[in-house]
Structure formats: structure tokens, C-alpha cells
Ligand binder design. Structure first.
Ligand SMILES: NC(=O)C1=CN([C@@H]2O[C@H](COP(=O)(O)OP(=O)(O)OC[C@H]3O[C@@H](n4cnc5c(N)ncnc54)[C@H](O)[C@@H]3O)[C@@H](O)[C@H]2O)C=CC1
Ligand SMILES: O=C([O-])CC(=O)C(=O)O
Length: 311
């Protein structure tokens, strides 16, 4: 079982490290365009194996895709991150070309791979990879909802002073300021959140979640990596181990939630075939409106992609 992570920067290296540490695959390949970076980080990680007690083989490669051949899952994190004052959408001109060329190389060497996009702007980078890879929609997906719900759940845990393990939540829509956390579908040890927290506190947590990426960018001068790397690794594990996890995943919609020909975050069953099923839950009018607003925002960025003429 082989997994490749493209981009050995902050997110990619963290993801590879979590995959190795948790022995998700017995072979992990880290690839980057920058000479020596992937090899160096992979070697450093492998040297933790006797301490952390794992035997997943992790190796690095400078842009040699033959080393990635036959990967079951490929995570694409290559691309620039934003700096303070930028939005994720500002990254499109640089990252669209990178995601396109990386996807071409990936699919050439691993035609059966499931592809998980991490590069931003996430929803439109998924679209870029989908158009480039020309494979079934079940095999091209994006990581955003796992991260965004993790942030949402971690903030709820802090506010209620309870274990984050007991918080289940659903969040849908695009990976931007219009994302849609759903308190009606959030529970704490099986108890609806709405019974445990006042509405003004819930609203404040929703706002913090929507701008959770920006909060880290402001603190660090670049974007987050620990939670994003772990979130991508969780998706890889669900596929590699055929876990049938129910997770929010950026998926190509063909009419679900009233949306068509667009990548948006929705709850899915994730297993060995990639996205095995999109789950459609009932949304009330207010939630539908938020979902439609989020879709409009993603369509705007799809328009920018079209104008760039990279595909
Ligand atoms: N979907 C999500 O929730 C999240 C997305 N991101 C996005 O992930 C991307 C990566 O972020 P970081 O790891 O922090 O950036 P980083 O700058 O630390 O790493 C990016 C790596 O990609 C490599 N790269 C660039 N072009 C490449 C190519 N053509 N082939 C192979 N490697 C190439 C660079 O050399 C660099 O090592 C950014 O676009 C960021 O916005 C980051 C966090 C969360
Ligand atoms: O905020 C960013 O630019 C990176 C990202 O997508 C996140 O951390 O949610």
C-alpha cells in the first residue's frame, strides 16, 4: 500500500509525518520540486521510526514521479500559502498552474489513485484537478471540511470545557469565509449543542470557525499546518483502510443540495473507492440560503480560473 504526498512544505510534511506515525501505509513517498527538501524531510522522519516505533517506509523525491508510481492515494499540497492580508482566492493565479501540472504527473504514474487536494483556493483547485485528471468524480476530492469541523469542535470543547472527543459536527459549503457550520447537526456526547450553549455563544464560535484559517495566518505570517496535515491524513486513512468514515469532503456535485457542476463541502462516506456516497441531509431555509451563498462565492472564483486560461 503506497501513499504519495506532493509538496513537502508545512502541510505536506506534517501529513506525511502523521501517516508514518500512524502506520497508515507501508510506503509513503514525499515529493517536492525544491531540490533535496523532500529527501531531507523524509530521511529526518524515517530517523524518528525507532523512537516512535513505526515501520512505514518513508522516502523523498525531487520531482521524480516514477517514485510515486502505483500510489493508492495521492495528497496534493503543492502551492503557495497566503500571507496576512491575503484571501485564499488571491493564490489562484500561482496555484492553478501548479495543481494542473502536478495532477498530470500524478495521474500518469498512478492512474488508479484517489486524489486529495489541499492547495488553495481549495474548491476551485479540486475543480482544476478534476478537469485535468479526467477520472471519476469519486476519486478527486478536497480536504477542508475535516479541518473546518475540527476547528469548530475544538472551539466548542474549549467553551464547554469538555473533551473534543465527544463533539460531533457537520459543516458544509466552500472552504472560505462563507463556509456553513451547522449547529443543528452538532452534538456533545449525543446531546444537541443547542441544548448546552446559548445562541450568542454558538454564533461567536461559528464566526471564529469561518475565519479560523485567517486567525492562524495573522499569528504566524503564513497559514496553518498541524491541523490541516492531520486532517488530510485522516482522509487518507479512511480510504486506505476502507473505513467508510462519514466526513465532510469537498466533492463534485451533480444536483445534490440543489447544486450542480461545482465542488463544495458535503458529508460523504469515504472508503476504498474514494467518495462512495454523498449523504443528503435536510436543510432548513436559512441553511439552504447560506449554502447557496457559499456556492455563489465558489462560482465567482471558478470565473477567475476561467479567465486565467490555464486549463
Ligand atoms: N485545504 C486546506 O484546508 C488548507 C490548505 N492549505 C494550502 O496548502 C498549500 C500548501 O501550504 P503550506 O504547506 O503551508 O505551504 P509551503 O510553502 O510550506 O509548502 C508548499 C510546498 O509546495 C512545493 N511546490 C511548489 N510547486 C510545486 C510543484 N510544482 N511540484 C511539487 N512541489 C511544489 C514548494 O516547494 C513547497 O515546499 C497552500 O496553497 C495553502 O493555502 C493550507 C492549509 C489548509
Ligand atoms: O487559511 C489558509 O490560507 C489555509 C487554510 O485553508 C486554512 O488553514 O484553513
Amino acid at each position: 500500500m503506497k501513499v504519495t504526498v506532493v509538496g513537502a512544505g508545512n502541510v505536506g510534511a506534517t501529513c506525511a509525518n502523521v501517516l508514518a506515525h500512524n502506520e497508515v501505509a507501508n510506503e509513503i513517498v514525499l515529493l517536492d520540486i525544491k531540490e533535496g527538501v523532500a529527501e531531507g524531510k523524509a530521511l529526518d522522519m524515517w530517523e524518528t521510526s525507532p523512537v516512535n516505533l513505526y515501520d512505514s517506509r518513508i522516502t523523498g523525491s525531487t520531482n521524480d514521479y516514477s517514485k510515486t508510481a502505483g500510489s493508492e492515494v495521492v495528497v496534493i499540497t503543492s502551492g503557495i500559502p497566503r500571507k496576512p492580508g491575503m484571501s485564499r482566492d488571491d493564490l489562484i493565479a500561482t496555484n492553478a498552474g501548479i495543481v494542473k501540472s502536478v495532477t498530470e504527473n500524478v495521474i500518469k504514474h498512478s492512474p488508479d489513485a484517489k486524489i486529495i487536494i489541499v492547495s488553495n483556493p481549495l474548491d476551485v483547485m479540486c475543480y482544476t484537478a478534476f478537469l485535468t485528471a479526467k477520472i471519476d468524480k469519486s476519486r478527486v476530492m478536497g480536504m477542508a471540511g475535516v479541518l473546518d469541523t475540527a476547528r469548530y469542535r475544538s472551539f466548542i470543547a474549549m467553551e464547554l470545557n469538555v473533551s473534543p472527543k465527544d463533539i460531533q459536527a457537520l459543516l458544509m459549503g466552500g472552504h472560505g469565509d462563507t463556509m456553513v457550520p451547522l449547529p443543528r447537526y452538532t452534538t456533545v456526547g449525543g446531546i444537541p449543542l443547542t441544548e448546552l450553549m446559548a445562541q450568542d455563544k454558538i454564533d461567536a464560535i461559528i464566526e471564529r470557525t469561518k475565519f479560523g484559517g485567517g486567525e492562524i495566518v495573522k499569528l504566524l505570517g503564513t497559514s496553518a499546518w498541524y491541523a490541516p496535515g492531520a486532517a488530510a491524513a485522516q482522509m487518507v486513512e479512511a480510504i486506505v483502510k476502507d473505513q467508510k468514515r462519514v466526513l465532510p469532503v469537498c466533492s463534485w456535485l451533480t444536483g445534490e443540495y440543489g447544486q450542480k457542476d461545482i465542488y463544495l463541502g458535503v458529508p460523504v462516506i469515504l472508503g476504498k473507492n474514494g467518495i462512495e456516497k454523498i449523504l443528503e441531509v435536510d436543510l432548513n431555509d436559512a441553511e439552504k440560503e447560506l449554502m447557496n451563498g457559499s456556492a455563489d462565492a465558489v462560482r465567482n472564483v471558478m470565473g477567475i480560473l476561467k479567465d486565467l486560461n490555464v486549463l
